[in-house]
Design a protein around this ligand. Structure first.
Ligand SMILES: [Zn+2]
Length: 245
């Protein structure tokens, strides 16, 4: 593939404005995560292991729920970009975790599925994982929720801002045209009407941050087999004792 004409990929200018076609070309060459805002490139640094492990854990739990409850939606992570420019400036953002409903996903055409310049669509749920060493970082993410994810015309109904190091959770919800932000306790988090039946198990995220593995000593209530880890027992119960018809 040849480089786009008049575009020197070795000298990308973060202050220049690019066309959607140029952005698409640039995207193919870039090896880092980027967001686009109003034709400008915003580079996003690669993230350390603890951060990405938390992002993965949230998406894993969400993915399991998606399959287990037959939602047939789609879970995307840090590289999954959406065009949030429902009103004026063009904003392409990749939330750390996002859930797109089956209805939306199944309605997408080839251009929307495989390029970033089809007609915009957005997920119904987004989560951002933050390692907030300063209030400035928190404010920045807070603005992203309010101005981009929950901008007028997006499909986003629920947002979670999670700072595992500070043990902090904020939820964002749309109520008519208002965005309601709530500070929540550091405990299991309910997906409400947007993600019916989904509860984020916070203890696994806690374990990632603390590098601990919760050991128990317990017996399977059905066959008395011994287990030292809750999830090993749950998996055993699901596999051996739950008969799916
Ligand atoms: Zn058993």
């Amino acid at each position: 593939m040849s480089e786009p004409e008049n575009l020197d990929l070795n000298k990308l200018n973060l202050t220049r404005t690019y066309t959607p076609e140029e952005l698409e070309q640039i995207n193919k060459y870039l090896k880092v995560r980027t967001n686009f805002e109003d034709g400008r490139l915003i580079s996003l640094p690669q993230t350390p292991i603890a951060h990405e492990a938390v992002v993965h854990e949230i998406s894993r739990q969400l993915g399991n729920w998606n399959i287990d409850t037959c939602q047939n939606g789609v879970v995307t992570t840090s590289q999954g970009a959406f065009n949030f420019s429902t009103t004026a400036p063009r904003k392409i953002r990749a939330p750390h975790v996002a859930f797109t409903s089956a209805d939306t996903y199944n309605s997408l055409n080839a251009k929307q599925l495989w390029t970033l310049h089809g007609r915009p669509f957005t997920p119904i749920f987004v989560a951002e994982v933050v390692n907030s060493t300063s209030d400035q970082i928190l404010n920045e993410v807070d603005n992203r929720f309010k101005n981009d994810y929950f901008a007028m015309g997006t499909s986003v109904e629920l947002g979670w801002l999670i700072d595992p190091k500070r043990r902090m959770i904020c939820t964002y919800k749309k109520n008519n045209n208002e965005i309601i932000r709530n500070n929540c306790k550091w405990e299991d988090l309910d997906g409400g009407d947007t993600l019916p039946g989904f509860t984020l198990n916070i203890s696994i995220i806690e374990n990632i941050v603390s590098q601990e593995c919760n050991e128990i000593e317990d017996k399977c209530p059905y066959c008395d087999k011994h287990f030292f880890q809750v999830f090993a027992m749950l998996k055993h119960i699901a596999r051996v004792h739950i008969v799916v018809k």
